[in-house]
Structure formats: structure tokens, C-alpha cells
Design a protein around this ligand. Structure first.
Ligand code: ZN
Length: 96
């Protein structure tokens, strides 16, 4: 009986390892230019063993910034395009 349990287990471990590598690569992409994802990332790595599903959900919920939004280079907040005061410096009206 014990051997029956052993075989499928190994396969699951292999799969989760693969998806972790994938997620790492994907997360790297999204992190460029974003600061506030560090906390989420720390929480994710804390739950790594066996927490595959919650992992996927998090990856989907963290959206890249929208087309009509920009990150102010001074206050680093996400603003709507209408708040863009200086397109070259990427600074919002509050900081200009
Ligand atoms: Zn600003």
C-alpha cells in the first residue's frame, strides 16, 4: 500500500516545482517599475510549499498598470493620464 501513495506524490511535487519557476519568471516581468509588490511576493514565497492554487490567483490579480495610467516619477503614485503634468519627466500635477 505504501508504494501506491509514493508514486503519484512524486509527480505532484515535480509539477509544483515547474509552476514555481514559471511564476518566478512571470513575476519578474511585472515587478519592473513597481514597488508595492514586494509584500505580496514575500507572502507568496512564504506559502510556496503546496499552495499552488492561491499562487495562481495572486498572479492573475496583480495587473500591470493600465494604458491610461502612469506612475509619477516624483511621488511614485499611479495616476490617470489626465493628471500628467510633464510627459517627459512623467510627473503628476501634484508634484509639478
Ligand atoms: Zn506625483
Amino acid at each position: 500500500m505504501a508504494t501506491d501513495y509514493d508514486a503519484p506524490r512524486k509527480t505532484e511535487e515535480d509539477q509544483s516545482e515547474e509552476s514555481i519557476e514559471e511564476l518566478k519568471a512571470r513575476r519578474h516581468d511585472k515587478n519592473s517599475g513597481k514597488v508595492d509588490e514586494d509584500e505580496a511576493e514575500a507572502a507568496e514565497s512564504f506559502e510556496l510549499p503546496g499552495a499552488d492554487l492561491s499562487h495562481e490567483e495572486l498572479a492573475i490579480e496583480v495587473k500591470p498598470k493600465q494604458e491610461d495610467e502612469f506612475t509619477c516619477m516624483s511621488c511614485f503614485l499611479l495616476h490617470h493620464r489626465s493628471q500628467l503634468a510633464d510627459a517627459k519627466k512623467m510627473i503628476c500635477f501634484d508634484c509639478s
